[in-house]
Design a protein around this ligand. Structure first.
Ligand code: ATP
Ligand code: MG
Length: 426
């Protein structure tokens, strides 16, 4: 199960934080091994962080093998916690910049020891030289810094299980003392893997599915089919809030397309479609409409919260019958998860409470007892009684789009969405 960054610092944190820090470092995990893409992807992460941290008065710089964030001291902890939740971040840690000399490192370690030590706390020093031309080896540095700390404080050394660990990095122009780390959420920064369109139902699964593909670097926009009398009613309900909960922690906005359900409902009533096939036909209708939007606006795939066997629409036969109507790949990141795992992640990412709020879901208006083993040929025959292409086009004419979130959309997204006339902007 995915580890989530902690909300509140550990108790020993409070003491560490009494030291003066110059900012914090952000280390990226997977980006670091991306060879040719590393430079561009680090830049995307830098933009994401800058956007997330803009309310904190922070500045994010791109240094040799990490990002360095300066931030007013009173915002340090909150800024680090927000950064740890940005996709692409392996860990964050506060740093104190010192001269690259044994004396300067030892001096700051002694200060820290005096703050942190309780009775006879033992110490160890770890050094990594990023600048390999430094005249002393890492081990020599560790020994010499440790020796000075022992001489000044009387501390005992315990290399295997120290009470206080001093971690230093030596760069070409300075050395860092690293404070305690907060593990990051991992993944890739949103934007590096292309753009996808998520079919968001307002329930638990599709929000988690969107989060998972965002974590792999996809920029996600959303489409929702609603059963409200007007788009404004849908806007006032929970779906835009769910979108916001997903994109805001990444410093992003998202486009939300709202599509009315009633044209489909009227069509199936008029054409007397077999009630057992209504559900599969609606699923095909949703992916047809979403595929059309994707083609117009340049999304590379659709995303759903489908999960094998979860409900009638998600038997393998029905998934196949649905997929048959799509004109581009459907990503289903939750396909093989257990519901309890999905719920746990929804709680951790902060969408669960919204997802379980009562909602007027259009699937609840479909006939009960749907077919669970829909035969593709029977589905196609039933669908041929509907003027399906015109129905999709007519329905899309009634679609509205809104921009949900804090920031302006990325350039590319904005341009391709210009054909939409947004009725509202949140
Ligand atoms: P969710 O999976 O989001 O919790 P659900 O469990 O009720 O919803 P279904 O209704 O079978 O599952 O839907 C399966 C998938 O189809 C959803 O995960 C979502 O991607 C998509 N979907 C369902 N209803 C809608 C809707 N009204 N608008 C957009 N997409 C929808
Ligand atoms: Mg579901």
């Amino acid at each position: 199960m995915i580890w989530m960054p902690q909300r509140k610092p550990q108790p020993e944190w409070t003491t560490w934080l009494q030291l003066r820090w110059d900012g914090f470092v952000v280390h990226y995990g997977e980006i670091g091994v991306k060879g040719g893409n590393r430079k561009a992807w680090t830049k995307v992460l830098q933009q994401r962080l800058q956007s997330v941290l803009k309310g904190f008065g922070a500045k994010v710089s791109n240094l040799f093998d990490h990002l360095f964030v300066t931030v007013p001291e009173e915002n340090l902890v909150e800024a680090m916690e927000s950064s740890a939740r940005v996709f692409g971040v392996a860990y964050v840690a506060p740093v104190r910049r010192v001269d690259r000399s044994v004396d300067a490192c030892a001096e700051v370690a002694v200060q820290a020891y005096r703050l942190l030590a309780t009775n006879n706390s033992t110490i160890a020093v770890r050094v990594r030289r990023v600048d390999k031309s430094f005249p002393l080896t890492s081990q020599e540095l560790e020994r010499q810094i440790g020796h000075q700390v022992v001489a000044a404080t009387g501390a005992k050394v315990n290399l295997t299980n120290p009470d206080i660990l001093f971690t230093f990095r030596v760069y070409t122009d300075c050395a860092y003392l690293l404070g305690p780390k907060i593990s990051g959420i991992g993944g890739l920064p949103v934007g590096v893997s292309g753009r996808v369109l998520c079919l968001l139902s307002g329930g638990i699964d599709s929000a988690v599915a969107a989060w998972l593909v965002m974590r792999r670097g996809c920029l996600v926009d959303f489409v929702h089919f609603h059963a409200f009398p007007t788009a404004e009613d849908a806007l006032a309900d929970k779906v835009p809030q769910l979108v916001k909960a997903l994109v805001e922690p990444q410093g992003l906005t998202a486009r939300l397309f709202l599509i009315p359900y009633y044209p489909f409902q009227l069509a199936v009533l008029t054409q007397k479609v077999p009630p057992r096939l209504e559900l599969v036909l609606f699923r095909r209708f949703m992916v047809r409409a979403a595929s059309k939007i994707a083609e117009t606006h340049g999304y590379q795939a659709l995303v759903t919260g489908d999960n094998i066997g979860q409900v009638a629409s998600q038997t393998l036969a029905n998934l196949r019958a649905t997929e048959d109507a799509a004109s581009l790949p459907i990503l289903r990141p939750l396909l093989a998860w257990d519901k309890s795992e999905i719920v746990l992640l929804a709680q951790r990412i902060g969408t669960y409470t919204l997802s379980i709020q009562p909602y007027k879901d259009c699937c609840s208006l479909l006939a009960r007892h749907p077919e669970t083993k829909a035969r593709l040929s029977a589905v196609r025959t039933a669908e041929s009684s509907l003027p399906i292409e015109q129905l999709v086009d007519r329905t899309l004419k009634e679609m509205v789009a809104v921009t949900v979130g804090t920031e302006k959309l990325e350039k590319g997204v904005e341009q391709s969405c210009r054909k939409m006339s947004p009725k509202a902007s949140l």
